[in-house]
Ligand binder design. Structure first.
Ligand SMILES: Cc1cc2nc3c(=O)[nH]c(=O)nc-3n(C[C@H](O)[C@H](O)[C@H](O)COP(=O)(O)O)c2cc1C
Length: 332
């Protein structure tokens, strides 16, 4: 016979402990993220430039990019680069953004679209550059045969030959391949081996359409996918206040493994963010039939690859910005 008073006291104890932690998380996110309009972090400015050039790079990698697409994004991008460059110099991601703009101009000019205004802005930005070869960005052309060779050439080549794919050939994916990839991804490490993840796989076109519509970051390519996956984590498997973000960590690592497992099987994938507010979350749960205790981590399109296609280059940040090897003196 459970002791209800004891249970009630324990529940109250954890609820009370969650509140200051939730406030702490909210305060940290509000203070240091781009939500805080009274600060202008370099990181936020860099993120806004990256988000804008990524929109263009992504559009260029579609099966049939629409000439003249992204006019508003170009304006937003240029007006984000100018203050960044005058404050921090012509450094990444401004350099990458200029590379993307040049690819965008070249694509549109090939399609007889007047790009003179954008060209003038890019030339002005380029005049800040010490070396023009810094400006790499746009799309990379991929040949299926070459991709297969890279996949077989050891871990580094395998890893580097994975791209987010936004151009699928529309073939079918058998259930066995979804099972195979999921089984491979099960080798992902997780906190105390709790393996809280779950994969919801959808191949029905009408359901896929509804799921993709609510996600929205897949416009222009999602409908060509062979399957849409939703990766979730089961909250019932987390038992401490300190674990409140663990589902996203374990689920994120699992999702990466899943992408690599599909890459190994020869499919293209594109992670789709579930950075949503509660209304969309509730709507998705209803369409997909996801139990309330499951936390949605992300969605994933999986599709067959054409013989030749393009992928966004998605140039990585300079290593020096993301790797800090702490000296012994520093850590003492
Ligand atoms: C959690 C997550 C969410 C993402 N969401 C989207 C999305 O909604 N739409 C999209 O086209 N790409 C999305 N991406 C793909 C990223 O744009 C891509 O991973 C990034 O540009 C790096 O490129 P790469 O995957 O080709 O190396 C997402 C990636 C991650 C990891």
């Amino acid at each position: 016979m459970p002791n209800f008073t004891h249970l009630w006291i324990r529940n109250l104890y954890f609820a009370v402990r969650l509140i200051p932690n939730a406030c702490y998380d909210t305060w940290r996110f509000f203070t240091y993220s781009g939500l805080n309009k009274s600060r202008h972090y370099q990181g936020e400015q860099a993120a806004r430039i990256t988000m804008a050039y990524h929109q263009l790079e992504k559009g260029l990698s579609f099966a049939s990019p629409r000439p003249g697409f992204g006019g508003k994004t170009v304006t937003r991008l240029i007006s984000a680069i100018e203050p960044f460059v005058s404050q921090y110099g012509f450094i990444p991601p401004a350099t990458t953004a200029v590379g993307v703009l040049k690819s965008y101009i070249a694509f549109n000019e090939l399609n007889d679209i007047d790009m003179s205004e954008t060209k003038r802005s890019v030339e002005k930005l380029e005049s800040f550059a010490a070396r023009t070869e810094d400006c790499a960005g746009g799309v990379v052309s991929i040949d299926l045969m070459q991709l297969e060779q890279n996949r077989a050439a050891g871990f580094k080549h395998f890893f580097n030959s994975r791209y987010s794919i936004r151009h699928y050939s529309g073939g079918e994916i058998p259930d066995e391949h979804i099972i195979d990839a999921t089984q491979t991804a099960q080798k992902t490490p997780s906190v105390c081996n709790r393996q809280s993840w779950k994969v919801h796989a959808f191949k029905n076109k009408s359901v896929m359409r509804q799921l993709l519509e609510i996600q929205s970051g897949n416009r222009g390519f999602g409908e060509q996918a062979s399957a849409v996956l939703i990766i979730t984590c089961d909250l019932t498997r987390f038992v401490h206040v300190g674990e409140r973000f663990q589902p996203w960590i374990d689920g994120g690592m699992f999702s990466m493994s899943l992408c690599l497992a599909f890459h190994d099987l020869g499919y293209g994938t594109c992670c789709l963010n579930w950075s949503k507010e509660y209304g969309d979350d509730l709507a998705l749960r209803k369409i997909a039939g996801i139990d309330p205790q499951e936390q949605v981590i992300m969605m994933l399109t999986v599709g067959t690859l054409p013989e030749h296609f393009q992928a966004a280059r998605s140039i990585r940040r300079p290593l020096g910005e993301i790797l800090q090897i702490h000296t012994e003196q520093e850590t003492r």
